[in-house]
Design a protein around this ligand. Structure first.
Ligand SMILES: *Cc1c(COP(=O)(O)O)cnc(C)c1O
Length: 396
């Protein structure tokens, strides 16, 4: 099928929820992608921080292949070994409590929201409230959507769930003010990803921890984008001064297979009881086997140090370019703020033409989420393409 034919089917039969770039990918290997016409691309987006171990990593392919030949699905009414082993690995590598598996990031947050509300009811709070930062992104289902201030403002999708409020990003004083008797949880991204890569300040994170401790509320970090090694530690919170009570994971966890996880520390882990929550597909043997293969690769101090070092190298090279005003982020989660007057969407489209896949989360920002397994040659190649592209734009 040609790209035009695929586009015609998409135009006729898919709901109009996405504005897609005019490329049909057919193959991936490591940091590379190929389209149907045979053009090669360097992927600095990885399906929005999903294929962090690169495309079709042999260990992930092997795990999926072997598991899918043995058993694909039985439901959560039974035991399977990959489910149990993955839960152990996630809990022991983070907060030490228990895990609930889901099929996506937004569902991982739904679990966290349920835990927060039930935990609050257990403390006698009748109408619990969850506090987030403006520009946070937590997902598209109604609970997570209600905690996503920018999207929750869309009245055409209303009404949103009650019990959610937000304060300006990084405003520690406003956060302390907002957290009180009714607060069930503070739910935040330690680095806002969809907003354009904005790290939350240590001051604001400490304020969130203190306010939650005083109120008896849970501190929940949405690590769906920042987790699984993206920032150079397995979880982003490890590089902050605080330890959350609950974290949520998804995106890179399954190496491309749909899986999410809500990981709770010892106290929050005991909140949900039989009947409180569930999912037919979640914790399936193929997705959990894929995730175990991913963690085998990523949960490695050598690779995580590589991510921190390469991230620093990438940002240093980017900051030396004409047309780059600033870079933001940690590890290989990098926002590139462009100089005033440069349209990031036009740069993003131009880079795709040149064979570099990036994302444009804001009119002034490129977002880079390359595979964690790239080396400095890939960085040099990408920065070279960005430099060439920006030359064409800064002159105008
Ligand atoms: C992508 C993302 C989500 C939503 O995950 P889905 O799998 O698309 O539901 C939630 N929170 C953050 C921080 C994300 O980056």
């Amino acid at each position: 099928m040609t790209l035009k034919e695929t586009q015609a089917l998409e135009e006729r039969y898919l709901m109009r929820t996405y504005k897609r770039a005019p490329v049909d990918f057919v193959r991936g290997e490591g940091p590379l992608l190929w389209d149907a016409a045979g053009n090669r691309y360097l992927d600095f987006l990885t399906g929005i921080s999903v294929c962090s171990v690169g495309h079709c990593h042999p260990q992930v392919v092997k795990a999926v292949h072997e598991q899918s030949h043995r058993l694909i699905h039985v439901s959560n009414l039974f035991y399977t070994e990959p489910m149990a082993r993955l839960a152990e690995r996630l809990a022991e590598s983070s907060l030490g409590g228990r895990v609930f598996f889901s099929n996506s990031g937004t569902e991982a947050n739904e679990c966290a929201i349920k835990i927060a509300r039930k935990h609050a009811h257990g403390r006698g709070i009748g109408e619990p409230e969850i506090v987030s930062f403006e520009h946070d992104f937590h997902g598209r289902t109604y609970g997570a959507l209600s905690a996503t201030p920018g999207l929750a403002a869309n009245e055409a999708l209303g009404p949103m769930l009650p019990g959610f409020r937000s304060v300006p990003r990084n405003d520690a004083a406003a956060l302390r003010e907002a957290v009180g008797e009714r607060t069930a949880a503070v739910l935040i991204e330690p680095i806002q990803g969809e907003a354009g890569v904005f790290p939350i300040s240590e001051e604001a994170l400490l304020a969130a921890r203190e306010a939650c401790d005083e109120a008896g509320a849970l501190l929940i970090f949405d690590e769906i984008q920042t987790g699984v090694g993206r920032t150079g530690s397995l979880w982003a919170y490890e590089q902050t001064p605080v330890r959350p009570d609950v974290i949520t994971s998804a995106k890179a966890l399954g190496g491309g297979f749909p899986i999410g996880a809500c990981i709770a520390g010892p106290e929050a882990a005991e909140v949900l009881e039989p009947g409180d929550h569930g999912s037919t597909f979640a914790a399936g043997p193929v997705a959990t086997a894929a995730a175990l293969a991913v963690l085998e690769i990523v949960d490695d101090p050598v690779l995580l140090r590589h991510v921190r070092e390469l991230g620093a190298y990438l940002r240093e090279k980017l900051e030396a370019l004409d047309g780059v005003a600033e870079t933001r982020g940690r590890g290989l989660m990098v926002g590139v703020g462009l100089a005033e007057g440069i349209d990031a969407a036009a740069v993003g489209a131009d880079l795709l033409d040149r064979g570099l896949v990036v994302n444009v989360p804001r009119p002034d920002t490129l977002r880079l989420l390359p595979p964690l397994v790239i080396d400095s040659d890939h960085v040099d190649l990408a920065v070279g393409l960005i430099e060439e592209s920006l030359l064409g734009f800064s002159q105008r």
